[in-house]
Write a protein of this length. Structure first.
Ligand SMILES: NC(=O)NCCC[C@H](N)C(=O)O
Length: 310
C-alpha cells in the first residue's frame, strides 16, 4: 500500500482464502451487495461529544441530546432494516460510551471474519471490546484486532470485491493504522488504495459512499482529483453531493442491495438523485445522531452481505 493515493500493487501471496460470505452466514466483500445481517448498538448513553466539527457546532448552538427521541429514531432504523429482511443484532449499552451507537467505526467485517479496529478518538477505544464481545457471543468469526496506529470504520470502503479504500485524515485514521489493516487484505490478494481526508469532514463516509456497484454519492470538491479519476475509471458514476449536504450527513447512506437504500433523511435532493437512478430510498430521520456527527452509514456495521443481485 503506497502512502499516496495511487492504487498499490498486489502483495505476492498464495491464492486468496475462500470468502466466508460464500460459505457461511458472515462476511462482506463490498459495500452494496444484499445486506443480510447488521450490527447496531444501543444509543442509551448517547451524548454530543465535542470531537468533530458537526458536534462542536451543535454544542455551540446550544443543542443537546434527548434520550427518548434518540431511542425512538434508533428503533425506527432497526424496524426499517428488519422490514427489509435484514437480521439486526444490537450491542448492549455500556455506561460512559457516548458514541457506542456508531458501530461502523469500531470494526470491519471482512470476507474472512471481523477485525476490531483502533479508533483515533480515544474516548471510543473501549467500544471495540463491547462490539467484539457481542460478535463472539453470537458465534461469528473474529479474524483479529488492529493494535497499531489509528483506524475507524467510517474511513473504510469495500469498493469492490478485491479493492479496499482507506481515507487518511491523520486524526481518526493514520498511516500506521491503515497499513495494519491493509496487511490483512493485501496478504489475501486485495488492492488497497489510500486517499487523504480533510479532518474537518471526520471520515471518508461523510463525503463518499457507495450506493450500488455502479453508483456512489460523492462531494467531488472535497475528494482528491486522482481518487475521483480512479473511481470513474472503474465505471462508477459519481452522484454529486454539496458540502452543505455533507455537513447534514446527506451523503451518509446505507446500501441494502437490490437498489435499495436507507438514507439519513437530511438531504431530500440527494435521495431524489438516487431515485432518478432507479434506487428505492427510505429516509429515516436521525437528527439526534446527525448532531453528533454521524448518519445511517455510521450507525450500522454490516456483518453479512451476500452475492447475487446488487
Ligand atoms: N462513520 C462516522 O462518520 N461516524 C460518526 C461518528 C460520530 C462520533 N461522534 C465521532 O465523532 O466519533
Amino acid at each position: 500500500m503506497p502512502a499516496d493515493n495511487r492504487p498499490s500493487s498486489l502483495n505476492p501471496s498464495p491464492a486468496p482464502a475462500p470468502s466466508l460470505a460464500r460459505q457461511r452466514s458472515a462476511g462482506t466483500s463490498d459495500d452494496y451487495s444484499r445486506l443480510h445481517d447488521v450490527l447496531l448498538a444501543s444509543p442509551r448513553h448517547l451524548a454530543i461529544v465535542p470531537c468533530n466539527k458537526v458536534s462542536e457546532d451543535a454544542l455551540e448552538k446550544g443543542q443537546s441530546s434527548c434520550g427518548v427521541r434518540a431511542s425512538e429514531q434508533h428503533r425506527r432504523l432497526s424496524d426499517a432494516l428488519a422490514a427489509a429482511g435484514v437480521r439486526v443484532r444490537t450491542v448492549r449499552p455500556v455506561g460512559g460510551l457516548a458514541d457506542l451507537a456508531f458501530t461502523r467505526d469500531t470494526s470491519l467485517m471482512t470476507p474472512w471474519g471481523l477485525i476490531g479496529l483502533r479508533p483515533g478518538a480515544v474516548h471510543r477505544r473501549a467500544e471495540v471490546d463491547a462490539v467484539l464481545d457481542t460478535v463472539r457471543a453470537a458465534g461469528l468469526p473474529v479474524l483479529g484486532r488492529i493494535t497499531e496506529g489509528r483506524i475507524e470504520g467510517g474511513d473504510i470502503c469495500l469498493l469492490r470485491p478485491g479493492h479496499l479504500v482507506i481515507g487518511l485524515s491523520g486524526l481518526r485514521t493514520d498511516l500506521a493504522g491503515a497499513t495494519a489493516l491493509a496487511r490483512w487484505f493485501e496478504l489475501r490478494g486485495w488492492t488497497v488504495t489510500t486517499t487523504p481526508v480533510d479532518p474537518d469532514l471526520l471520515h471518508l463516509d461523510t463525503h463518499f459512499c457507495m450506493a450500488g456497484p455502479d453508483h456512489a454519492l460523492a462531494c467531488v470538491e472535497k475528494l482528491q482529483p486522482d481518487f475521483v479519476a480512479m473511481i470513474e475509471s472503474l465505471g462508477i458514476e459519481l452522484l454529486a453531493v454539496t458540502p452543505e449536504e455533507v455537513l447534514a450527513l446527506g451523503c451518509n447512506i446505507l446500501a441494502l442491495g437490490d437498489r435499495r437504500i436507507i438514507s439519513t433523511g437530511s438531504a431530500p435532493r440527494v435521495d431524489d438523485l438516487l431515485r432518478q437512478r432507479g434506487y428505492a430510498v427510505e429516509a429515516v430521520s436521525l437528527d439526534e445522531f446527525t448532531q453528533c456527527g454521524g448518519g445511517v452509514h455510521c450507525l450500522t456495521m454490516p456483518l453479512h452481505r451476500g452475492s447475487g443481485a446488487h
